[in-house]
Design a protein around this ligand. Structure first.
Ligand code: PNS
Length: 165
């Protein structure tokens, strides 16, 4: 809470599936925000084939963050800034793992600011143990029968096993 009221942040992404890296970013955001809306995008800027449909990604996220009363998981379509505005969220959270993330993230942040000049994008670096981790690698390793148990929550692991069994 500050002089302007509660600090509301939105953490958008594809989350296909949510990884321990994403969970780490959520926990770090809760250190300085009052409410965090984790927003599962129905369509992403970089088109990708999804493993889990948006409804299932959302269901998984809600299970993963069930113990965090300040975290709300929702799906959104359309422009992120429009969605953030309806929430009263002026802070967009994105994880930044490595320099290779920078171009894409910088472009999105600048475009979002063009679209709504009051919005601020905050980049958080995850714990170093997750700096190599991505949802796409988790999908690939899981699809080839590899063990992803140290990269995702048990809830997610269970869904991946069912998907690839
Ligand atoms: O996890 P991802 O796929 O990197 O997340 C990308 C996401 C969903 C944050 C981005 O594609 C997005 O904001 N999509 C919503 C549509 C939008 O606002 N596009 C303009 C972004 S500059």
């Amino acid at each position: 809470m500050n002089a302007h009221g509660p600090i509301v942040a939105v953490y958008p992404g594809s989350f296909d599936p949510v990884t321990l890296g994403h969970e780490d970013v959520v926990r770090r955001t809760l250190r300085f925000s009052d409410r965090l809306v984790v927003a599962v995008a129905e369509s992403a800027t970089q088109p990708k084939g999804h493993l889990f449909p948006v409804a299932e990604r959302l269901e998984i996220m809600r299970e993963v963050f069930a113990g965090e009363p300040r975290v709300e998981c929702v799906a959104f379509s359309g422009l992120l800034v429009d969605f953030a505005r309806t929430l009263g969220a002026r802070f967009i959270i994105r994880g930044l793992r490595a320099v290779s993330d920078f171009d894409y993230e910088f472009q999105m942040a600048q475009m979002n600011r063009e679209l709504w000049e009051e919005v601020e994008t905050l980049f958080l670096t995850p714990d170093v143990h997750y700096s190599f981790l991505s949802a796409s690698l988790v999908r690939e390793v899981a699809s080839l029968g590899g063990d992803v148990g140290s990269f995702v929550s048990p809830v997610v692991l269970d869904r991946l096993r069912r998907r690839y069994s």
